[in-house]
Design a protein around this ligand. Structure first.
Ligand SMILES: NC(=O)c1ccc[n+]([C@@H]2O[C@H](COP(=O)([O-])OP(=O)(O)OC[C@H]3O[C@@H](n4cnc5c(N)ncnc54)[C@H](OP(=O)(O)O)[C@@H]3O)[C@@H](O)[C@H]2O)c1
Length: 260
C-alpha cells in the first residue's frame, strides 16, 4: 500500500496543527509548514510529522520549501490552511498595511503554493493514481459583515482562486476541495486579528454555546482526503450550530422553543 504524504500549512497552531495530528494518527506522512520553528519542533516530537519552517509570503522561502519537499519524497496532498485576519476596520478607515497582509497571506500565498507544488502533485498522481488539494477559506468569503472588508475581500479572492483552479485541473486526477468554516475557537486567530488584545479576543466567543474547535475542521479535511477518489467535496461550509448565518450568532444556551 502506498503511504501518502501531505503538506499541511499553518501547522504551528489551530486548524493546521489539528490537521497534522489527525492525519498522522491515520497513518499519513505529514510535512507541517509554518514560520515558528519551536512550535513546529514540538509538534514533530509529539506526532512524528516532519516540519519545515517557512514564511509563505516570501517567494524565495517558498522556492526553498518546494526544493526541500522535492528532495525528501512525493507530495500526494497539499492542505493550505495558513492565513488569517488582521483588524476589523471599516472600508472607509481600512488599514492598507493590514489589508495588504491579508491579501498576501491568504491569496498570494495560495497561488505561490499551487504554482510550486502542482508539478510534485502531478508526479504523485501519475505514480499513485491521484493527488489532492484542500484549501481552508472561510464563511467570510461568502457573506459580508461590517468591519469585515479586508478579510471578506481576501477570503473571497482565495475562494475564487480555488474555484478557478478546479476548472483548470478538470480532467486530471487531482481533487480541489474548499472548506469554509464559520466561527472556530482557536488559540490565536482572534488574538492576531485584534492586535494581541486577549480580552477582546476572548469576548468574540463570549457565551457562544460551542463554537467549532480546530479538530472539527481537521476531521472534515481528513474525510475529504480519505474519501473514495471519485468523490470531490467542492465546497463544504461548516458552522457551529449556534451560528445560523454570519450575523446570526446565538449567545447563551441553546434551548428548545415551546409555546408556554
Ligand atoms: N478561527 C476561525 O474562526 C476561522 C474561521 C474560518 C476560517 N479560518 C481560516 O482558517 C485558517 C487557520 O485559522 P486558525 O484559526 O487555525 O488560525 P491560527 O491559529 O492563527 O493559525 C494560522 C496559521 O497560519 C500560519 N501562518 C500565518 N502566516 C504565515 C506565513 N506568512 N507563513 C507561514 N505560515 C503562516 C501560522 O503560523 P506561524 O505564525 O507560525 O507562521 C499559523 O500556524 C486561516 O486561513 C483562517 O483564515 C479561521
Amino acid at each position: 500500500m502506498v503511504i501518502r504524504r501531505a503538506v499541511v500549512t499553518g501547522a504551528s497552531s489551530g486548524i493546521g496543527e489539528a490537521t497534522v495530528r489527525v492525519l498522522r494518527a491515520q497513518g499519513w506522512e505529514v510535512v507541517g509548514v509554518a514560520r515558528r520553528p519551536k512550535r513546529l519542533a514540538r509538534l514533530a516530537a509529539e506526532t512524528g510529522a516532519s516540519t519545515i519552517a517557512c514564511d509563505l509570503t516570501d517567494p524565495d522561502a517558498v522556492a526553498a520549501l518546494v526544493a526541500e519537499l522535492e528532495r525528501t519524497g512525493p507530495v500526494h496532498a497539499l492542505v493550505q490552511v495558513a492565513g488569517g485576519a488582521r483588524g476589523t476596520d471599516s472600508v472607509e478607515q481600512g488599514s492598507i498595511d493590514d489589508w495588504q497582509w491579508m491579501y498576501d497571506a491568504n491569496v498570494l500565498t495560495t497561488q505561490r503554493l499551487v504554482a510550486g507544488l502542482l508539478p510534485l502533485l502531478r508526479r504523485a498522481a501519475a505514480a499513485d493514481g491521484h493527488a489532492d488539494t484542500v484549501f481552508v477559506t472561510s464563511t467570510a468569503a461568502q457573506s459580508a459583515y461590517p468591519g469585515g472588508g479586508g478579510y471578506n475581500a481576501a477570503k473571497a479572492a482565495e475562494s475564487m482562486l480555488v474555484k478557478v483552479l478546479r476548472q483548470e485541473l478538470h480532467g486530471e486526477p487531482i481533487r480541489v476541495v474548499e472548506v469554509a468554516p464559520g466561527m472556530v475557537h482557536t488559540e490565536e486567530f482572534a488574538l492576531n486579528r485584534l492586535g494581541g488584545d486577549v480580552a477582546a479576543a476572548e469576548s468574540v466567543y463570549d457565551g457562544v454555546a460551542e463554537p467549532l474547535i480546530a479538530d472539527d475542521v481537521a476531521e472534515l479535511i481528513a474525510y475529504a482526503l480519505n474519501a473514495p477518489r471519485r468523490v470531490n467535496l467542492d465546497l463544504v461550509t461548516m458552522r457551529p450550530l449556534a451560528q445560523a448565518a454570519q450575523h446570526l450568532l446565538a449567545r447563551g444556551t441553546l434551548h428548545v422553543r415551546t409555546d408556554d
